[in-house]
Structure formats: structure tokens, C-alpha cells
Design a binder for this molecule. Structure first.
Ligand code: NDP
Ligand code: ZN
Length: 352
């Protein structure tokens, strides 16, 4: 089969590979829509996970089930399904402890385009199909379905990690597609003011539509000064980090109230250490928590997010700024994600 792969750090290209084989609990799915992710960019061009050779990229997509194993109960060939970015082994001890994303080792629930071939292919393999696939209802198109693979659940996870409570003032650092979903999720969780940090005009526009009350353009003003000014010097209850760099934690800690939580979903691709400012961390005694996590993945989460979309509470379609058509456009879409032209939020490729 034909596929688009990471050939080595810094290099991608088309390859031919054998079609994957289906085990008893697995499914083979034919992707019909995919979306590249900023994580693919960290993986290839920063070498964030280490070297990978001829590994098929991509972990966001919608497909049609081609084949299922003997033990799969709830899915059959022909079903239109979401390919969740994270596909844990649900019978693992880590999943039983509440951390399915780390099933089999740290981050090992993230299999596509990390430990095994991803979805930028004619066929892809899904482990634990009953636990990881979800039917995409007919009223949600395949492009929007791709946003349920990763952007929506990750944005929501940032909000879960920060444990946002009703009435909280929240700073969301980064309003690319992940941060935008965090803004929308924070609004659903009952945040009071939502300060959104970003600079691209269309991201700013959509952040407001999703519930941001104030915009902080970090290229023009200082995030800390501006946040403190907007909160009369009090700071915020919660911070969600969905962009920035290793130094972003310095700023997050500086604006966080005692007892506050930083929920990080940003994928830190470079460097060895993160700095935490000692004094603003209460000399280690400020009850300020940093919670960083990979989103959990799995069928239940996808189905709940579908319920939110169908109830009209969240609309991820606004993230899609570029719709390409045809399998051979996968490369162009990935490079759009790498180069991030000003008008881009998220591209999707409709494959058929
Ligand atoms: P984008 O690159 O599209 O967005 C990043 C955002 O951060 C933009 O709003 C950008 O602003 C802003 N930003 C950049 N630099 C700074 C800075 N120095 N200070 C403050 N803000 C800054 O990324 P995505 O939304 O696609 O992804 C966000 C992160 O989430 C990535 O690292 C991605 O790999 C990760 N991720 C994590 C997952 C998880 O499970 N934890 C899953 C999926 C993705 P501007 O408007 O100027 O561009
Ligand atoms: Zn992703």
C-alpha cells in the first residue's frame, strides 16, 4: 500500500509498505479523511521522540472499517469511524490505574506515528477496536470528524488537567487548534473570564467566538504584565498551556494564584529542563500545581465529545481553514502545518 512517512529526523516522503494484518481484537481501517498535527511537526523536524525510520505519519483521521478480528463485538466492515490519536490497551494495568494514555509505558498509549505506523496510509491498524473506535454519526462530516481524533479531546484535556471550576478566571496560552478547543472547553466548564494568548488574527477571532473574554497578543504586550493588569494584580485561578515554549512555565507560574493549577498539553519538543520561578512558586510552598498530560483517547471520550457537538455545545468545524482533496495532498497538508501560514488554523485532506 501507499503511505506518507517520516524517513528519518527532518525528512519525509512517500513509501510503499505491506497492508497491516488484523489480530483478534483489532480492526483494519481505510482512512477517508486525515489531518496533520503540530505533533507530527515536533516528531519529524525536532526529532522530539528520537529517530524513526520509514514510520507512517499521522494520528488524526476518519475511516471506513475494512476488517475486524474475531473478538471485536461492536464494529463491522463498512462502519464510518473516528481514528482516535491515542489508542490505549484497555486491559493494561496503567489503564486500570486511570492512565490509559500510558498503557505499556510512558506515552505508549500514543501508538500512531509514535510506536507504530500512523494513518497517512491506504490502510491503518487499530488495536483494541472495541475500546478505541467510535462511530462517526452521519450528521458530522469526515473533515470535522478528524477534529475529534485529537484537537477537541486534547483541548478538553488541558481544561481537565487544570481542573477548571465554575467562576474561575483562566489564562489559555496558545490559541492554535488545541488552545482554541481549550477556550471552548473552559467556557463549557463554567470559567468566568478567559484570557486567550495568541497573535494570528483568525485564531483571535475564533477564540472570541468560543468564549474568550480578553485577548493577549504576546507579540505586542507582555503576557504577565497584561494578565496582572486585567485582573487588578490578582492573577488567575487556572492556566492552560497549549502553546509557547519551555519558558512559558515561568510566565504561567508568575500569574497563577496560590492554590492554582497549570494544565499543560503543549508537546515540549526541545531542551532538557523547564525552569520554575522559585519565589512565584511560593519558595516551593505556594500550592501551585503543574499537571501535564497526553490526552487519554478511547471510545468513551470520542462518544462524549460527539454528544457535545450534537447538542450544539461545541463546534470544532471553525478550526478547519484549509480543505484539500485527494490522497496525494497529504504532503501539502503536512507542510502547511509545518510552515503555518498566517491564515491557517487546521487543514484536512479528504482522501477519496
Ligand atoms: P499551533 O502551533 O497551531 O498553536 C500554538 C499557539 O501558541 C499559537 O496560538 C501561537 O501563537 C502560540 N504561541 C507560540 N509561541 C508563543 C509564545 N512564545 N508565547 C505564547 N504563545 C505562543 O499548535 P497546536 O494548537 O496545533 O498544538 C499546540 C500544542 O499541543 C503543540 O505542541 C502540539 O504538539 C500539542 N499537542 C498535544 C497533545 C496532547 O495530547 N497533549 C495532542 C495534540 C497536540 P501565534 O498566534 O503567534 O501562532
Ligand atoms: Zn495530533
Amino acid at each position: 500500500m501507499k503511505a506518507y512517512a517520516m524517513l528519518e529526523v527532518g525528512k519525509t516522503g512517500w513509501i510503499e509498505k505491506d497492508k497491516p494484518k488484523c489480530g483478534p481484537k483489532d480492526a483494519i481501517v481505510k482512512p477517508i479523511a486525515i489531518s496533520p498535527c503540530t505533533s507530527d511537526v515536533h516528531t519529524v523536524w525536532e526529532g522530539a521522540l528520537g529517530d524513526r525510520h520509514n514510520m507512517i505519519l499521522g494520528h488524526e483521521g476518519v475511516g471506513i472499517v475494512e476488517e475486524v478480528g474475531d473478538e471485536v463485538k461492536d464494529f463491522k466492515p463498512g462502519d464510518r469511524v473516528i481514528l482516535s490519536a491515542i489508542t490505549p490497551d484497555w486491559d493494561s494495568l496503567e489503564a486500570q490505574r486511570g492512565f490509559p494514555m500510558h498503557s505499556g509505558g510512558m506515552l505508549a498509549g500514543w501508538k500512531f506515528s509514535n510506536f507504530k505506523d500512523g494513518v497517512f496510509a491506504e490502510y491503518t491498524h487499530v488495536n483494541d477496536a472495541d475500546g478505541n473506535l467510535a462511530i462517526l454519526p452521519d450528521d458530522i462530516d469526515a473533515g470535522v470528524g478528524c477534529m475529534i481524533s485529537d484537537m477537541l479531546p486534547t483541548g478538553f484535556h488541558g481544561v481537565e488537567l487544570a481542573n477548571i471550576q465554575f467562576g474561575d478566571d483562566v489564562l489559555v496560552i496558545g490559541i492554535g487548534p488545541v488552545g482554541l478547543m481549550a477556550v471552548a472547553s473552559a467556557a463549557i466548564r463554567g470559567a468566568a473570564r478567559i484570557f486567550a494568548v495568541g497573535s494570528r488574527p483568525n485564531c483571535i477571532e475564533i477564540a472570541k467566538e468560543y468564549g474568550a473574554t480578553d485577548i493577549i497578543n504576546y507579540r505586542e504586550v507582555d503576557i504577565v504584565e497584561q494578565t496582572m493588569a486585567l485582573t487588578n494584580g490578582k492573577g488567575v485561578d487556572r492556566v492552560v498551556v497549549a502553546g509557547g515554549n519551555n519558558d512559558t512555565f515561568i510566565q504561567a507560574m508568575q500569574v497563577l494564584k496560590p492554590g492554582g493549577i497549570i494544565g499543560n498539553v503543549n508537546y515540549l519538543g526541545e531542551g532538557d529542563y523547564i525552569k520554575i520561578p522559585r519565589v512565584e512558586w511560593g519558595c516551593g510552598m505556594g500550592h501551585k500545581t503543574i499537571a501535564g498530560g497526553l490526552m487519554p483517547g478511547g471510545r468513551n471520550r470520542s462518544e462524549k465529545l460527539i454528544a457535545l457537538i450534537q447538542a450544539g455545545r461545541i463546534d470544532p468545524s471553525k478550526l478547519i481553514t484549509h480543505r484539500l482533496k485527494g490522497f496525494n495532498k497529504i504532503e501539502e497538508a503536512l507542510f502547511l502545518m509545518k510552515d503555518k501560514p498566517k491564515d491557517l488554523i487546521k487543514p484536512v485532506v479528504i482522501l477519496e
